[in-house]
Design a protein around this ligand. Structure first.
Ligand SMILES: Cc1cc2nc3c(=O)[nH]c(=O)nc-3n(C[C@H](O)[C@H](O)[C@H](O)COP(=O)(O)OP(=O)(O)OC[C@H]3O[C@@H](n4cnc5c(N)ncnc54)[C@H](O)[C@@H]3O)c2cc1C
Length: 398
């Protein structure tokens, strides 16, 4: 039986997952990657938290995606349990942290995870063309370039896995958007998602506290409450609660506001002793420090966010600590975002992720216009789409 020539364009997370799951007896698999090496954003993700997925219940997991109806069938077919088995079969054990996020076991470096996938590619005789940038697609071949010379590469099936448009240095520059428009496909401009926010800190606060984690807070935007840890940056804040508030902030237009609760899970013992101390002559600094055990950065943050009178007001300070107002002046640039929305519109693909207008050509990963928070949901979606497409191509060839 003649093997079908499958070209996977883009050797990032989704493309690598797919190439490692296609049946080499049925397909002659080639990855076409613009960068000198594979999986650069996968490695960047590894330097951060490297959440491969999340252990949240399936029915809650699908609600994390926007629109959830699009991702649902892929996640249902290949949920987190399938991803865990996939990595186990590659020799990478995983564990679930206290937050529910799924990571490679401690001590396993991101490059070792990437190498395990690459080893599978080599076992599957996947042909890897690096430094080869896709330019255009024709009837039976694509045109690619190494920067100097163009070449034509034949295909039977094409899978685009070209990624979004943040962290351009990893190769995910969104440069494919114009070419897709020319192919008659509906696209929308990229926007940052899971992105830091900008806040006008005073110079003193910024210099003293940039880089400091603020643990155990909740952040509320239009009634949506996010719990977790944030980090003070020179330009504002970042961290999962911030990223999860991105969408809601955008809807507020030019007047973006958040509320932060610095004491979301304070014990009743502590709060009672705090309330009693407020009736004493002790200073506010001493009460917050000794009775609430507020960390130094939280003390500095509350002073930065409210005026002196509000800080000294013993009637309202408890409420103030639970609802410090934050004026958000903007978002960090798209290139710093963890992911992007925009790209190829979802109505362009069918239930097998095939382009309806271009049969035999498929699209997976972040280049499609869906959104999800950080915490493993992005890589899980890439995996689930890749695994579902691998099933489809493995079942329907020959
Ligand atoms: C700092 C950071 C931390 C992250 N941490 C996590 C995390 O912990 N958990 C999580 O779930 N997600 C995380 N993510 C997100 C996750 O890495 C991405 O969602 C995921 O990599 C998207 O996979 P993809 O294959 O769609 O795109 P990419 O991984 O971006 O791959 C696209 C590939 O296509 C190549 N390409 C682009 N254009 C061309 C062309 N014309 N020709 C040939 N090749 C081309 C690119 O070079 C790239 O290799 C993180 C992202 C960042 C930036």
């Amino acid at each position: 039986m003649e093997r079908s020539k499958v070209l996977i364009i883009g050797g990032g997370s989704a493309g690598l997952y797919l190439a490692s799951m296609l049946n080499p007896l049925k397909h002659h698999i080639t990855i076409v990657e613009g960068q000198k090496t594979l999986g650069r954003k996968f490695l960047v993700a590894g330097k951060g938290g490297f959440n491969l997925s999340h252990s949240i219940a399936l029915k809650e997991m699908v609600l994390k995606y926007e629109p959830s109806g699009f991702i649902k069938p892929f996640i249902r077919k290949h949920p987190a349990s399938s991803l865990i088995i996939y990595f186990k079969n590659l020799g990478i054990d995983t564990y679930t942290g206290s937050s529910g996020k799924i990571f490679p076991v401690r001590g396993v470096k991101p490059v070792e995870v990437l190498n395990a996938i690459k080893k599978r590619l080599s076992d599957n005789r996947v042909n890897v063309l690096t430094n080869t940038r896709w330019i255009s697609t024709h009837q039976t071949s694509i045109t690619a370039t190494d920067g100097t010379n163009d070449s034509n590469i034949p295909y039977d099936v094409i899978v685009y896995a070209l990624g979004g448009a943040s962290w351009k240095k990893t190769g995910s520059d969104g440069g494919w958007l114009g070419a897709f428009r020319q192919m008659g496909l509906e696209t929308s401009a990229f926007k940052a998602s899971n992105c830091g926010i900008e806040i006008s800190w005073s110079d003193h606060f910024c210099e003293t506290w940039h880089g400091a984690p603020v643990k155990n807070i909740t952040m509320t935007c239009n009634g949506n409450i996010q719990q977790g840890e944030i980090v003070i940056t020179r330009s504002g804040m970042e961290g999962p609660p911030v990223y999860a508030s991105n969408g809601c902030l955008r809807k507020q237009g030019n007047d973006m506001k958040l509320v932060i609760n610095l004491i979301p899970s304070i014990s009743s013992g502590k709060i009672n002793s705090f309330r009693s101390a407020l009736k004493s002559s002790k200073s506010m600094n001493s009460i917050l420090k000794n009775k609430l055990r507020l960390s130094k950065v939280k003390m500095a943050l509350v002073k930065e966010l409210i005026d002196k009178d509000a800080y000294q007001n013993r009637q309202s300070i408890e409420e103030t600590l639970k609802s410090c107002p934050i004026k958000v002046t903007g978002f960090r640039p798209i290139d710093e975002a963890i992911s992007t929305i925009g790209g190829l519109e979802l109505n362009e693909v069918d239930e097998n992720l095939m382009l309806k207008k271009l049969p035999g050509q498929y699209v997976i990963g972040e280049m499609l216009n869906w959104d999800a928070p950080t915490g493993g949901y992005l890589l899980q979606a890439c995996y689930s789409m890749a695994a579902s497409l691998a099933d489809h191509l493995n079942d329907n060839s020959g």
